[in-house]
Design a protein around this ligand. Structure first.
Ligand code: SAM
Length: 321
């Protein structure tokens, strides 16, 4: 069974990253379909107590938009065994909540930032929030939610020349940067394998400026990022080559959507409904059993490169990245 749980707390987002969501947004999930705070905590507890989950990452949509976030984190920090708790966020407004999140028991923050240039940020996200994001990331670091990892997606013709600049900035601020290959998970279905920026290109671009030494597979374990030491270390940079060098065989993730559906893969075409079972009165043992069955059905690989690959009907924002 997977030991790393990603919990989506909402499908809503305050940015409109072009690789994820159309500018006008999406039809959000109805409120009654979304798990309540207590339901989220109950399912996390079952995962921790009965399924061996050791790490819980809150995501979305944008998890900072979830009103009960701090309380959910605090309740999960009281679980036994206590899981490691982290948050994947675009960092808009994070500066206001970091202290409360740290006090509630959050361990780490993964921020998302694809460009350091205000005009590009607006073109990529359709919002003018770059300064807010930078302040949020700095606040997370200052509150000790470290290492602050930064996820960056490069898009052809938009920010594909910015890898070295992003790395220089991350090194300067003490963040751990990871580039993620763009995956076919956008609601608009605009992804194109032939034009996506590959890990190989990203590395070539970084190596034109930095001296990179690979950190061996032994250390990689189930982590999706392949890692390089920068300038001999200790600083590092990662590349998550989900498309060109998939790591499905080592994947140890299980995902819970905001409406309580278990997904055994980002690219799964099927889900298992825990919310319905829970609201029909299923006990913890039954919910755990259903969760295990859902994970046992996991495919060997995501199949993005297979000719018959079909993008999941849910976009990333509704799965939880
Ligand atoms: N809103 C939060 C954030 O921005 O981090 C959490 C959710 S977001 C879906 C999680 C991560 O998924 C972000 O780092 C984002 O860049 C990444 N992401 C979204 N769509 C993607 C895609 N099509 N390919 C690769 N990464 C993607």
């Amino acid at each position: 069974m997977a030991t790393d749980l990603r919990v989506s707390l909402t499908d809503r987002c305050n940015l409109r990253c072009t690789y994820c969501m159309p500018e006008e947004g999406l039809a959000w999930l109805p409120r009654q379909d979304i798990l309540t705070d207590d339901e989220v905590v109950r399912l996390v507890r079952i995962a921790v107590e009965r399924l061996g989950v050791r790490e819980v990452r809150f995501t979305g949509g944008e998890p900072l938009l979830r009103r009960g976030l701090v309380d959910i984190v605090a309740a999960c920090a009281r679980l036994d065994p206590r899981p490691e708790l982290s948050l994947t966020t675009n960092a808009v407004g994070l500066a206001r909540t970091t202290v409360a999140l740290a006090e509630a028991g959050l361990d780490r923050v993964n921020g998302s930032l694809d460009t350091l240039r205000a005009d590009r940020f607006e073109a990529l996200t359709h919002r003018r929030r770059l300064d807010d994001v930078l302040a949020g990331l700095a606040a997370a670091r200052d509150a000790g939610l470290e290492p602050v990892k930064i996820n960056a997606v490069l898009m052809r013709g938009l920010n594909d020349d910015e890898a070295p600049e992003l790395l220089a900035w991350a090194l300067e601020h003490g963040y751990e940067l990871r580039f993620i290959e763009q995956m076919p998970l956008d609601a608009q279905h605009g992804w194109d394998r032939s034009t996506m920026v590959t890990a190989e290109e990203i590395l070539a671009s970084l190596q034109s400026v930095f001296d990179l030494t690979p950190v061996g597979d032994v250390e990689r374990g189930s982590a999706p990022a392949e890692t390089w030491l920068v300038g001999g270390g200790p600083a590092r940079v990662g590349v998550i080559a989900s498309v060109t060098r998939p790591f499905c065989g080592n994947c140890d993730r299980t995902r819970l959507t905001a409406e309580g559906q278990v997904r055994n893969c980002l690219f799964a075409r099927e889900e298992s409904d825990l919310r319905g079972a829970m609201r029909d009165g299923a006990d913890d043992a039954e919910l755990a059993r259903r969760w295990e069955v859902a994970m046992a059905g996991k495919a060997a690989g995501h199949g993005i490169d297979d000719p018959g690959f079909l993008q999941p009907s849910r976009p990333m924002s509704a799965i939880g990245g």
